[in-house]
Design a protein around this ligand. Structure first.
Ligand SMILES: [Zn+2]
Length: 437
């Protein structure tokens, strides 16, 4: 029988249950086998425990970065700028993208930064095959999405599906792989429909940038505005949305007409949405990954976090990439969402708990990691042992939760499937008789 490792912490946040003071999580074969107070877990498992790790801080499910492009980690210079509009940022991005890159090294660096901030799963979007193996190589959990960009229906009809399926098949697994139809303006309407069929046939998830800019909304509705002008200028007037003067619908409803709003897809950004859009997303079971710091760098409005919370939409948290954000630490975006929710008038005293939920269980739901034989995103018996410990100094659980959500404390260790991928400080490990080694 394989050995049991017990992690004890001042506070344990199971997320699906109340916080536990002086709590413990026991792990065997990559799964959680017990969660409770240290005394209860010790009494239950007794001398079956082979090693005890004691942490001064808060133990929580590992963070789920529900939207990122770790491939662009070496494009931080673009992200350090500030931009008046989506179009000006896009020009800076394209310029930076065209310079020389070692995409494999850049993605690997992004994976390292993610792990060191307590992230155990990512929704990683890849545009160059060289960046496709970093998540797999590091043993990180999540979904790696192959980005599909710039296809019009005429070219797609020739060999689009074959090429995209070959690119998808080239991504190493685990983790799971999926397809990321980039956005409503960079793919023709028929291509979106075809990608939905391919995803269904091959049992993979979809992840789409949506409602990120006001000009995208105008593009979807009328085929006009700065983004539409830019695409026309690049020679794409024959795109269905442009030649047909738009769809008459905003981005979310347009995506619904092409069939991609399903429980097997999730969106990134979701800024320019109204109550009707949010209701449709709930009806379709579609989560939105909110990336508030990236939105700020690009000069966009803040996501309507207070409305999403009040109305009960499923949400996750993403950092986006360093080409539009200052760090790959999900907790930095959680702290920003906390600030925004208060500024937008959200007064509920459940805000800390709901934002920690969004960054863990909410992200797992967005990526479909909350279902199956070994779910993740919360700490519960039978779940995957994806967990992280954070350097939280408050001892009362309520204060510790506030500190975790508002202060972005650093991670002390990151454990994925029971395997420690990184530890900041040497473990304080006790032998079975309890003496600190
Ligand atoms: Zn993105």
């Amino acid at each position: 029988m394989s050995s049991i490792i017990l992690h004890r912490a001042r506070t344990v946040f199971p997320v699906a249950a109340e916080p536990i003071a002086d709590g413990a999580v026991a792990v065997r074969d990559g799964r959680i086998i017990a969660v409770g107070t240290h005394d209860d877990v010790t009494a239950e498992l007794g001398d079956e425990v082979a090693a005890r790790h004691e942490w001064e801080g808060a133990l929580a499910p590992g963070l789920v970065n529900a939207h990122t492009h770790l491939q662009y980690t070496d494009m931080a210079e673009v992200g350090r700028g500030s931009y008046p509009s989506f179009e000006t940022w896009a020009l800076a991005f394209e310029k930076g993208y065209r310079t020389e890159h070692d995409w494999a090294a850049s993605a690997a660096d992004g994976v390292r930064q993610s792990i060191e901030s307590g992230t155990t799963a990512v929704a990683e979007i890849v545009t160059d095959p060289a960046a496709g193996s970093a998540v797999h190589d590091a043993g990180l959990h999540g979904v790696v999405f192959w980005e599909v960009f710039g296809w019009k229906r005429s070219a797609w009809a020739q060999d689009g599906p074959e090429r995209v399926l070959a690119e998808l098949a080239a991504l190493p697994s685990p983790p799971a792989t999926g397809l990321s139809p980039h956005a409503i303006y960079s793919l023709d309407t028929d291509v979106f429909r075809s990608l939905q069929h391919l995803a269904e046939q091959h049992g993979v998830r979809l992840h789409i940038h949506a409602a990120e800019s006001a000009s995208e909304d105008e593009f979807a509705r009328f085929g006009t505005g700065p983004l539409a002008d830019r695409w026309r200028g690049l020679g794409h007037s024959d795109m269905q949305l442009l030649s047909g003067n738009g769809s008459g619908r905003g981005v979310v409803h347009y995506l619904d007409t092409v069939g991609v709003l399903t429980p097997h897809s999730h969106l990134a950004h979701g800024i320019y949405v109204d109550a009707d859009d949010r209701a449709l997303l709930r009806e379709r079971g579609v989560s939105v990954a909110l990336c508030p710091r990236s939105n700020a760098v690009i000069g966009l409005d803040a996501p309507p976090i207070a409305d999403y919370l009040r109305e009960g939409n499923p949400i996750g948290v993403g950092t986006d990439s360093l080409s539009s954000s200052p760090s790959l630490n999900v907790l930095d975006d959680v702290a920003e969402l906390h600030r925004l929710a208060r500024a937008q008038g959200y007064t509920g005293d459940d805000l800390h708990a709901r934002l920690l939920h969004a960054a863990t269980a909410g992200g797992a739901r967005a990526l479909g990691l909350d279902i199956g034989s070994t779910p993740s995103g919360t700490l519960a018996t039978g779940h995957r042992a994806d967990l992280a410990v954070f350097a939280v100094s408050a001892s009362a659980p309520r204060d510790a939760l506030a500190e975790l959500v508002e202060n972005a404390p650093s991670a002390l260790t990151t454990i994925v499937g029971g395997r420690p991928l990184w530890t900041a400080a040497p473990l304080r490990t006790a032998s079975v008789d309890g003496a600190l080694a």
